[in-house]
Design a binder for this molecule. Structure first.
Ligand code: ADP
Length: 642
């Protein structure tokens, strides 16, 4: 018997397919290090399953013949496994297909029905082993089908493949043209193989070979390493493009918002200025009544200027936090001085709106602390300004208490409460985002950039603190901030602890009648402002519009103080100083030179001092700050107490 045996020709396609698929499997195995896309995982399942299905099928059709002496039980198990592997191949094919056509997982039920069906099929195949109602071997070794064979063994893969093709048609539009073609061709070939095999009652074994052809189509159109790399780079490009669009939109929003915020106070400045010009007129004497009005206009200009300055400071702060340049500089400070200052500042604003301002500081908090006083002040002022801005009646309350005091640290707990318009619960999660402003219809007249809270939140983050907000729309809001601070144990409680250099020390009035000042700036208005401010001290003020002009003057006269701008065309202030120091004819080598600049970033003061400048003043110029610096830099004999 055995020597007459030939391999059944109907398995030839399967044997050939096994060979091809093995090669493909090894090729694709080799490039497994690439950046994979999700579908590839299922493609590998499909490949592996198809290889195993081919092996089992070939073994079944080549060896499972009782005539060959193969035990009937082995033949039955092989047949059963063959059938199960074929159905599994079509199941995995559809799972793979769904990765493409249903990547948003809308049609989860298709997968669930598929799994239930597979389980039922599997159980029936197991039951078939003892009960023999689908396929079995007769005692004489003849292979038999029951009537349930076709509905169960063939219909299941046909169901999978047709449902997959229907899903493919439904979702065709969501696919690219390459995917459309590859998936359609692969599905149809696989289905065709199964149908031919069923129609010929298994006379030609085409279901797995056609499935293998489908796998080839899929591999070379959708699953090669190059194609995956291309898809990944395309995805990155799309994300980069979206980011660029977003960044551009944010920039436009920012410009629109800033333009509005800057124009509003600027409008006040120019409008008020126009009114002053019309009141004064050419050679028109100013009447007392007009003087009062002019004073009012000037006050309005000052307010608008302050608003402009705060907008610019906000932008600077935000840029600094965003570029990681904002640093927290811890230094000793006294809590009561900080809260006293805030009391003065906020009480005035609250009273202007007829609001009650209540400030409660827990006396048990250690007064001498180490931390970034400036930032804590900024946080408190921001929250309190908002509380005043967004409250029409009632009260604004600041409470400072302490939590978790240890030997060295204390958690400052700052709570700002108001009885204002409140914040809608849906707006609270967006509250700390950039440029977020809410309740626009109510807030139309209220100045603001929507940057304050975002900066506050980031500054608190830099200090390892936290901020919480609770609010009832229409009733009011409470912002609670906790910030850990170090307790300054070097200064005994109750002692002053001042280093005598406190910038907020009141400047006693004084005059400098014998002093010669030189102010260097390329901007004429800045020269006028500085000169007029210095006039208050009496003394003589000379000006220079450029570095070379200043150098010339420095050779002609010895001054008591020189004020130098930084950014000037041609020779800038730093260069001018350098040249002056190297000039043997310069009469002002020892004269204090003060940097007076609009470069107001934190840390620049130290940089200018390192360059050799005696002191630093930022623009816009504050007259009290100017007086303080002049006094510090003049010898005692030049100062006459007023
Ligand atoms: P700005 O006040 O400059 O608009 P903020 O970032 O400080 O920007 O605040 C963002 C928004 O949050 C405000 O525009 C306002 O709608 C809302 N908001 C902030 N604080 C309060 C408050 N205390 N009461 C009601 N709304 C507030």
């Amino acid at each position: 018997m055995l020597h007459n045996y030939t391999i059944p020709p109907k398995t030839f396609f399967e044997i050939a397919s096994f060979g091809y698929l093995l090669v493909l499997y090894l090729i694709s195995f080799n490039d497994s290090n690439r950046e994979r896309i999700r579908s590839y995982k299922y493609f590998r399942f499909l490949e592996t399953n198809m290889l195993l299905a081919l092996v089992v099928s070939i073994l079944t059709y080549v060896f499972s013949y009782p005539e060959l002496g193969t035990p009937i039980a082995v033949c039955t198990v092989l047949r059963t496994m063959d059938s199960i592997m074929c159905v599994m191949a079509s199941r995995i094919f559809v799972i793979y297909l769904m990765e493409y056509v249903d990547n948003d997982k809308r049609y989860k039920w298709v997968g669930i029905v598929g799994n239930v069906l597979f389980l039922t099929y599997f159980v029936l195949m197991l039951l078939n082993l003892p009960f023999k109602f689908i396929l079995w071997y007769a005692p004489d070794g003849t292979y038999m089908h029951g009537t349930l064979f076709v509905p169960i063994v063939f219909s299941t893969p046909v169901y999978y493949l047709t449902s997959g093709i229907i899903m493919l048609i439904i979702r065709m539009k969501t696919l690219g043209s390459r995917e459309q073609l590859a998936l359609s061709v692969a599905s149809l070939i696989t289905l065709l193989g199964t149908v031919i095999q069923a129609a010929t009652d298994g006379a030609i074994l085409l279901s797995l070979p056609f499935g293998t052809a489908g796998i080839f189509v899929l591999y070379f159109s959708l699953e090669t390493a190059d194609y995956h790399d291309l898809i990944k780079s395309n995805e990155k490009l799309i994300i980069a493009e979206q980011d660029a669009v977003k960044a551009n939109r944010a920039k436009s929003d920012f410009l629109a918002s800033m333009s509005h915020e800057i124009r509003t106070p600027l409008n006040a400045v120019l409008g008020m200025d126009e009114l002053i010009i019309s009141e004064v007129g050419e050679n028109k004497p100013v009447e007392p009544a007009a003087a009062a009005r002019i004073r009012e206009y000037a006050d309005n200009i000052k307010d608008a200027g302050q608003i402009l300055l705060s907008v610019i400071n906000d932008i600077l702060d935000l840029t600094k936090v965003e570029s990681g340049k904002m640093e927290i500089n811890a230094a000793p400070y006294k809590l009561h001085e900080l809260t006293d200052d805030i009391d003065t500042l906020i009480r005035i604003k609250a009273e202007q709106k007829e609001l009650n301002y209540i400030q409660k500081i827990d006396p048990s908090i250690p007064d001498h602390l180490i931390g970034d006083e400036l930032r804590i002040r900024q946080i408190m002022i921001n929250l309190l300004n908002n509380a005043v801005k967004y409250t029409d009646s009632g009260e604004v309350r600041l409470e400072v208490s302490s939590q978790g005091v240890t030997e060295d640290t204390v958690n400052l707990c700052i709570s700002v409460e108001d009885t204002g318009i409140g914040i809608k619960s849906e707006d609270i999660p967006k509250l700390f985002g950039d440029y977020q402003r809410f309740n626009e219809e109510h807030n139309r007249g209220i100045e603001g950039t929507g940057l304050g809270l975002s900066i506050v939140k980031r500054m608190i983050g830099l200090m390892n603190g936290q901020i919480r907000v609770s609010s009832e729309y229409g009733k009011g809001s409470t912002f609670t901030v906790t910030i850990p601070q170090t307790i300054n144990r070097e200064v005994p409680e109750g002692a002053d602890g001042s280093d005598g250099q406190d910038a907020r020390v009141e400047i006693k009035p004084y005059l400098t009648p014998d002093c010669e000042y030189l102010v260097v700036d390329d901007n004429k208005v800045n020269l006028i402002i500085a000169s007029r401010f210095l006039d208050v001290l009496t003394g003589r003020v000379e000006t220079a519009l450029s570095g070379p002009e200043a150098l010339k003057k420095m050779k002609e006269k010895k001054y008591d103080i020189i004020f130098m701008d930084h950014m000037m065309p041609g020779m800038n202030g730093v260069q001018t100083r350098k040249n002056a120091m190297e000039d043997p004819d310069n009469l002002n080598i020892g004269t204090p030179m003060i940097m007076m600049t609009a470069n107001a970033l934190r840390g620049v003061r130290e940089e200018y001092l390192e360059m050799g400048f005696s002191d630093y003043l930022s623009k816009p110029l504050d007259i009290n700050e100017l007086k303080r610096v002049v006094r510090l830099n003049l010898p005692q004999e030049k100062i006459k107490e007023a």
